[in-house]
Design a binder for this molecule. Structure first.
Ligand code: SF4
Length: 368
């Protein structure tokens, strides 16, 4: 494997993930009902029409804004509602509920992925194709029937940037309908498609100002998954490793690819939110220093680590790989605990501010 082959692989997966009818792209989404992921979803989300789910990002019974804020910056919290409420200038409590379809293709194999392997395999099977107009119609229909307000949509996956057209079309369609100040669109990516996207642009298959056009929208932010903290831990985290943990150096280029993809977004001025999902405590400092050198101290301030837990699909996957669930979870927990301690010590040293002490939507990254 090398970068050239990787781009071809992304292209082939991309082509499976959309069809074009009368000049309109339709994207392949996973059917959620009846999957092992559905058992997890049941606990926290509501499936609508088999292909969409709604969920509260923050678990907070009172719905009180200060409690919500605390939940957002807790160890297990996601701060997406904070990105949305600042951008839309709405109360925090109405930015918690999110509408989510899932692209049915991914190009990597994170062992702890919350999606069934079936539901990210890039084959149509039980999936179905939807245009962005249909997705926004479904979002608007869903929110009509809710007791609470809903102002956030997240195109999840799989890897959504295998079909990058979707992002821009979604933002443009929201704007056409006068919803840019009412609906926040959260993107997400595993950062492995930057070169593939450049190739699409070079070949005239994607707008050459794709990234810059996205950056013009204030109702948009991207969850950027840095999986590991060095090339080896990254390959392990995205499933390019053997049972004994050894990795194939042929795939080392994916480390550079993730930094380059991230840099492209920062350069364009897109609001990016770096997360590390599977840190190696021994290389976390090196990772942060590398990011700071490229993007300033703000990179350290804006990077969060998130604990991983075992979801239903993970059991089956680990069984297949002959890995023991308890040992796997123990490793994740230990790494998170150590890494959390390192972040608490290191972030103030680098930035003069505490870890998670500043709302991330106030932190702007710039290429140095
Ligand atoms: S990037 Fe990893 S976590 Fe995300 S869908 Fe793909 S395999 Fe799952």
């Amino acid at each position: 494997m090398n970068l050239e082959k990787w781009i071809k692989r992304c292209d082939s997966l991309s082509k499976r993930t959309f069809i074009e009818e009368d000049g309109v792209k339709k994207y392949l989404f996973a059917r959620l009902s009846g999957t092992s992921q559905a058992n997890d979803i049941k606990k926290s989300a509501v499936v609508i029409d088999d292909f969409y789910r709604t969920k509260d990002n923050l678990k907070c019974k009172s719905g009180n804004p200060s409690e919500l804020y605390k939940a957002a910056i807790s160890d297990t919290g996601f701060d997406m509602p904070l990105w949305a409420y600042k951008s839309l200038n709405l109360p925090l409590q109405v930015c918690n509920m999110t509408f989510m379809p899932q692209t049915k293709t991914c190009n990597v194999y994170c062992p702890w992925c919350f999606v069934d392997d079936y539901n990210k395999n890039g084959r149509k099977e039980d999936g179905a194709y939807f245009s962005n107009k249909e997705v926004i119609d479904a979002f608007l229909d869903a929110r009509k029937g809710l007791a609470k307000e809903m102002h956030v949509m997240r195109l999840s996956g799989g890897e959504p940037l295998l079909v990058p057209w979707q992002w821009l079309e979604n933002l443009e369609e929201l704007k056409r309908r006068g919803l840019s100040e009412d609906v926040y669109f959260q993107g997400e990516t595993n950062l492995t498609t930057g070169s593939f996207i450049r190739q699409l642009q070079n070949e005239g298959r994607l707008d050459k100002n794709f990234w810059e056009k996205i950056a013009e929208y204030n109702n948009f932010g991207v969850l950027c998954s840095f999986k590991g903290t060095d090339w080896k831990s990254n390959l392990r985290a995205i499933g390019f490793s053997q049972k004994d943990g050894t990795v194939n150096p042929e795939y080392k280029f994916l480390d550079k690819e993730r930094w380059n993809t991230f840099e492209t977004m920062v350069k364009a001025g897109i609001d990016v939110y770096p997360f590390i999902y599977d840190p190696n405590p021994k290389t976390l400092k090196y990772f942060l220093e590398k990011g700071v050198k490229k993007f300033g101290e703000e990179f350290a301030l804006k990077t969060w680590i998130i604990p991983l837990k075992i979801y239903e699909p993970i059991r089956n996957r680990l069984d297949k790989r002959g890995l023991q669930l308890e040992i796997f979870q123990k490793g994740l927990d230990e790494n998170f605990k150590k890494s959390r301690g390192i972040m608490e010590k290191l972030i103030p040293k680098i930035t003069g501010c505490g870890y998670k002490s500043i709302p991330r939507n106030e932190i702007i990254l710039k290429v140095q």
